[in-house]
Design a binder for this molecule. Structure first.
Ligand SMILES: CCCCCCCCCCCCCC(=O)SCCNC(=O)CCNC(=O)[C@H](O)C(C)(C)COP(=O)(O)OP(=O)(O)OC[C@H]1O[C@@H](n2cnc3c(N)ncnc32)[C@H](O)[C@@H]1OP(=O)(O)O
Length: 226
């Protein structure tokens, strides 16, 4: 299946052979060993590329471009897709979202959580939702808030030498609207750790205003569990 646009047909992810996952090892995802990001290595433009991609998405969301600009952009994007397609690798080798040394793990799906500090029991930092995450009337889309909590709590629950775990539940309470374009504070902490079950909580605040809070259960994976 392809898109209706004949100039730049886009194959569906189901039919695109360059998007296969390869063989992913169960439970083989990168671990968080430290909350402190090392200095950015020289000659490593990946973080710069991801930061630009985030900013690009914010500008796509904010702009009302004329048709000529949109057509040119579609062509540029199609050219980049064609250039990247032969470089597809397996999940194990992929760089996107696997760079735990970069802000936001080097990905653009979940909001960019900027870590300020953390230890075995908790993590804290900031997040600024760009225009890309706008739901309506200046408020962040409700789905983008649990996405942040899963990222923050998932990293915490997988940190400090703990074995890999997955989210079993993630309960979010929306207490006040979460504004786009403001620096917000984020905090996650451990509530309990019993057997395979890790209960963690998080809050998202705009100054003194509690925007949202969450509780998650993360269950440690048994050997061989994907
Ligand atoms: C990728 C890069 C990573 C980088 C580093 C990390 C950054 C990560 C950042 C992103 C991170 C993103 C992370 C993600 O988003 S992970 C993606 C989202 N999550 C999933 O896809 C998980 C899908 N579910 C499962 O795989 C299984 O259900 C799991 C593995 C969770 C448990 O199935 P399993 O068969 O193994 O275990 P069990 O059923 O015997 O349960 C065990 C115990 O748990 C209790 N229980 C279970 N479920 C619930 C529930 N809903 N409410 C209350 N309790 C629940 C259960 O009663 C029992 O308790 P007890 O009877 O023993 O007392």
């Amino acid at each position: 299946m392809t898109s209706v646009n004949e100039k730049h047909p886009v194959p569906s992810p189901i039919d695109d052979p360059t998007l296969g996952l390869g063989s992913a090892e169960p439970g083989g995802f990168p671990q968080v060993d430290s909350w402190t990001l090392p200095a950015a290595p020289e000659d490593d433009p990946y973080g710069d590329m991801v930061a630009n991609l985030r900013s690009f998405l914010d500008h796509v969301a904010a702009a009302k471009p004329d048709n000529a600009t949109v057509a040119e952009l579609a062509g540029d994007l199609a050219a980049w897709r064609a250039r990247l397609a032969p470089m597809s690798v397996s999940e194990r080798e992929q760089v996107f979202a696997h760079r735990t040394d970069l802000p936001g793990r080097g990905q653009t799906m979940s909001p960019n959580f900027a870590i300020e500090g953390g230890d075995r029991d908790g993590v804290w930092g900031t997040v600024t939702y760009g225009r890309y995450y706008l739901g309506g009337n200046g408020a962040v889309h409700g789905g983008a808030i649990p996405l942040l909590f899963d990222e923050v709590l998932g990293r915490l629950a997988n940190s400090a030498g703990r074995s890999p775990c997955r989210t079993a539940y993630l309960h979010t309470d929306f207490r006040a609207i979460t504004p786009v374009g403001r620096q917000l504070s984020v905090r996650g902490w451990f509530v309990s750790e019993e057997g395979r079950k890790r209960v963690v909580r998080a809050e998202l605040k705009d100054g003194d205003t509690l925007c949202a809070e969450a509780e998650g259960l993360f269950v440690a994976l048994n050997p061989g569990q994907p």
